[in-house]
Write a protein that binds this ligand. Structure first.
Ligand code: FMN
Length: 199
């Protein structure tokens, strides 16, 4: 599927058929996700694929019973390590020269050290990039998705054993739609959102 067609066809889908997502397609989506951009190539994202049906039911309860959580073939929780900038950063430039690595390491450290808000913002930005790649790659393969933040973060953190220094960005459901999305709720026209040079 052409990229613009995928962008236009992707919608937040709340109801799904029983059709599974093949392992090959799941892998292909995830491999595409890993090519998303991140600042300093930090790749903060961590993904939890929910395969335990009991856990899935508990997660659904923590998300106020939203139907897509139990109906979708797959549920992925997009998380991030806010401390990834300090966790063996050499691996983010493993294929570059020693010179590049020597330059990047101190830059990275001074950029993030002691800046907790920035560390969290950066992790969330990375997750947003990953999530959009996930949803568009899924659409290109004929699947549907729904990004979700309608859940109790503390309960979910507990259920997935979220490590210290990590955050939950969103859920994404993945499967084949059984009902189309509602008509688009209302897009703000471009001139109200696009400015030239300054606000
Ligand atoms: C970060 C994020 C969180 C969302 N959380 C939920 C959610 O918890 N439940 C839900 O039904 N839809 C959720 N949505 C879907 C939005 O309502 C939907 O994307 C928006 O209305 C635009 O519709 P579209 O995605 O079909 O174009 C979420 C979307 C985003 C990006």
């Amino acid at each position: 599927m052409d990229l613009f067609t995928a962008i236009e066809a992707r919608r937040a889908i709340k109801h799904y058929t029983d059709e599974p997502v093949s392992e090959a397609d799941f892998e292909r989506i995830m491999q595409a996700v890993l090519l998303s951009p991140t600042s300093y190539n930090i790749q903060h994202w961590r993904f939890i694929r929910i395969t335990d049906s009991l856990l899935r039911s508990k997660l659904q309860r923590a998300a106020w019973g939203q139907a897509q959580i139990s109906e979708a073939a797959e549920l992925v929780i997009v998380c991030a390590d806010t401390q990834a900038w300090s966790n063996k950063p050499q691996r983010y430039w493993a294929n570059t020269s020693a010179e590049v690595q020597a330059m990047m390491l101190p830059m990275l450290e001074s950029f993030y050290q002691g800046k907790e808000q920035l560390q969290r913002d950066e992790a969330m930005r990375s997750c947003g990039m990953a999530a959009q790649t996930f949803m568009l790659a899924a659409k290109a393969l004929g699947y549907d998705t729904c990004p979700m933040i309608g859940f109790d973060t503390d309960q979910v953190a507990d259920m997935i054993h979220l490590p210290a220094g990590h955050v939950i960005s969103m859920f994404i459901t993945l499967g084949v739609a059984s009902r189309p999305a509602n008509p688009r709720a209302g897009q703000i026209p471009l001139p109200a959102l696009l400015f030239e040079n300054h606000f």
